[in-house]
Design a protein. Structure first.
Lengths: 345, 286
């Protein structure tokens, strides 16, 4: 359905017309750290960007592949753990590799993990996928908590440092923000591009009718696994930023709460379009940081849970859908919600 | 030998507990195709309500009854208030139950705090029963084992020998046809949900007595139910029993013989089942 909503690009063209609001948004995002305080630059800005990237990986799977995976944070966690392990950390079981070796190694291992999860998860469909990925995520959480040889057990790793490249410490507020922005822009554009590539189009067709696509000779299984790999790569990028920002990674990073949070972010924003997860991430991070002013700081989960519940109950296609209905765009929003209608059949 | 028998008994009692929690989960899923990811929250809420009742009244049995009844009522409310309004939208229902579980978990933390609670069951339940080979074993755990066998048989009889059970099974096979033959499907759904949720609440009290109740138990039992039901096959009570046995025994054997990675055995079973029989041991292909 969403395929017909936009004109499929022929060849490798710039995937969509650049409207004035796109340029304004880009200018705003670039100028933002120049006016914002370090707190707003990193805690709100950069954090929204990389949570958005991790949630984007879920949006890609759910929106285009019809597979809701709860293990995207697990994949990000694998990347974060690998950065901590291959680099330096406080317990001296790090390999001390330079950044140009750590990052590719972490990304490759995390993507491989995502592929493995995909191989298991695509044997199931719909709600079963949610359950199996949740189970895998929680098992990995327990595993990292028990394993001291690689994952350093309960305490995990601290003192993980972002690299200093070209004389810039990439953990300083502005460089880190621009790094996050670059990664987010890359993942966003890659998602838009892939969604209109042959692979993306067949993936969406498989979402809508796997039996027919199978009969037409498409390898349904391989498309789905590949979607998991690609989404896993995005999540891994998010995970690298996550560990660089926090400087630490522990089983708490990939506990059931964070796993669910990724789903909350993606659903909050809307699973229909790639921009949704970023909107969701901004709202989530703002609520996370300012819950203390709205309500008791201890009650953040109550607040975010209620917001999530309200959104799911009253606007299943998220804030994006709410916005589109307000503006009256709903006629062009075929992508939003189709994953849901499809799954419910 | 002694360790082995003890481990097997521990595994069996854990399996009994898992069965109690998972049977409600699988029942609800089997009939209504509704994945209730708030099932763990119902377990914990039932345990807390049961504990408060038992604490106020001084009767453990009243507490157990309160756990069952309060969650059965909560289940009916959930079914009528929420699930019925989004029938057929599996994923949305799943998301709603995730939202509910987040909210409930925080509300419970608010009301009952982060403390660990322990039940105070009647004395004759709490002693030790002498057994050959291992000297003695907690009576309560043997009672738990017996209780879950009784509930399993009762559930089986209910589903296979009563008119309502017959309708539930018919609903599992073909919901539309059942509705066409004049059965009030909504009432059947409400009854099933009440039983499923009530069993979760009862399991909360029973399990809370065997172990303890604390925040976080909700996700633990949700995960256990998920794994048990995936392994056993969705919608099959027999499958839930088999899955519970496999997982309970694997967990305890793993804990006894290779303490670090007990949880990994569970995972291996899960992957093996998915690789060779994706619909679960007793499940039917979707």
């Amino acid at each position: 359905m969403s395929v017909t909503a936009t004109t499929p690009a022929t060849g490798i063209a710039w995937p969509w017309p650049v409207r004035p609001q796109h340029i304004l948004l880009a200018l705003f995002l670039i100028a933002y750290p120049l006016v914002a305080t370090p707190f707003w630059t990193v805690q709100i800005g950069a954090q929204s960007l990389f949570f958005g990237v991790i949630a984007l990986s879920l949006m890609f799977l759910a929106g285009y592949g019809g597979m809701v995976s709860l293990s995207q944070m697990t994949v990000a966690g694998v990347a974060a753990y690998m950065i901590a392990l291959f680099g330096t950390n406080h317990v001296n079981i790090g390999f001390g590799w330079p950044w140009w070796a750590q990052v590719p190694a972490a990304l490759i291992i995390a993507t491989a993990a995502a592929t493995l999860i995909g191989v298991i998860a695509v044997r199931t469909a719909g709600i079963y996928t949610i359950m199996i990925t949740l189970a895998i995520g929680v098992v990995f959480f327990y595993f990292t908590r028990q394993n001291y040889a690689i994952f350093n057990g309960f305490s995990g790793f601290a003192s993980v440092q972002a690299p200093v490249v070209l004389g810039i410490n990439w953990r300083n507020p502005q460089p880190f923000y621009y790094l996050s922005l670059g990664v987010a822009a890359f993942c966003y554009l890659a998602t838009v591009y892939v969604s209109r590539s042959t692979f993306g189009l067949s993936l969406q067709a498989i979402r809508d009718n796997p039996r027919r696509m199978g009969a037409l000779g498409f390898n349904v299984y391989l498309h789905r696994v590949l979607a998991h790999s690609l989404a896993g790569f995005f999540a891994a990028l998010g995970g690298v930023l996550l560990v660089w920002m926090n400087g630490r990674v522990s089983p708490g990073t990939i506990d059931i709460g964070p796993l669910i949070n990724v789903l909350v972010i993606a659903v909050l924003g809307g699973l229909g379009r790639p921009i949704g997860p970023f909107i969701g991430a901004v709202v989530f991070v703002l609520l996370d940081n300012f819950a203390i002013d709205l309500i008791d700081p201890e009650r953040f989960n109550l607040l975010i849970g209620s917001v999530f519940l309200l959104i799911v109950l009253f606007s299943p296609d998220g804030l994006l859908g709410l916005w589109q209905r307000l503006v009256g765009w709903s006629s062009t929003a075929g992508g939003a919600g189709s994953w849901r209608q499809n799954r419910s059949s | 030998m002694k360790l082995f028998i003890l481990t097997m008994l521990n595994g069996l009692t854990l399996a009994a507990l898992y069965f109690l929690v998972a049977s409600g989960f699988t029942l609800v899923f089997g009939l209504m195709r509704q994945v209730n990811l708030a099932h763990g929250s119902l377990y914990l809420l039932g345990a807390y309500v049961g504990w408060s009742t038992a604490d106020a009244s001084g009767s453990w049995f009243l507490g157990a009854a309160a756990g069952f009844v309060s969650m059965a009522v909560a289940g009916v409310l959930l079914q009528i208030g929420i699930f019925r309004r989004m029938e057929g939208q599996d994923l949305r229902q799943t998301l709603v139950t995730i939202g509910i579980s987040i909210v409930l978990a925080d509300l419970m933390l608010w009301i009952w705090g982060g403390k660990t609670y322990q039940f105070d069951p009647p004395g004759w339940l709490f002693g030790a029963t002498p057994l050959p080979f291992i000297n003695a074993y907690p009576t309560y755990r043997l009672v738990l084992l017996a209780l879950s066998v009784v509930i399993g048989i009762a559930l089986w009889l209910f589903l296979n020998r009563t008119p309502v059970g017959m309708m539930i099974r018919a609903g599992v096979d073909d919901r539309a046809m059942l509705s066409c033959s004049g059965v009030n499907v909504q009432r059947i759904f409400a009854i099933t949900f009440a039983i499923g949720a009530g069993l979760a609440g009862l399991a909360g009290v029973v399990g809370g007595t065997a172990l303890s109740i604390a925040p976080g138990e909700d996700t633990r039992y949700l995960l256990a139910s998920l794994v048990v039901v995936i392994v056993g096959g969705m919608g099959s009570v027999t499958g839930a029993a088999i899955g519970a046995l496999l997982i309970g025994l694997a967990e305890q054997l793993g804990l006894a013989y290779s303490p670090t990675y007990g949880v990994v055995y569970t995972f291996v079973i899960l992957v093996a089942v998915l690789a060779f029989r994706p619909q679960g041991i007793m499940g039917r292909p979707a």
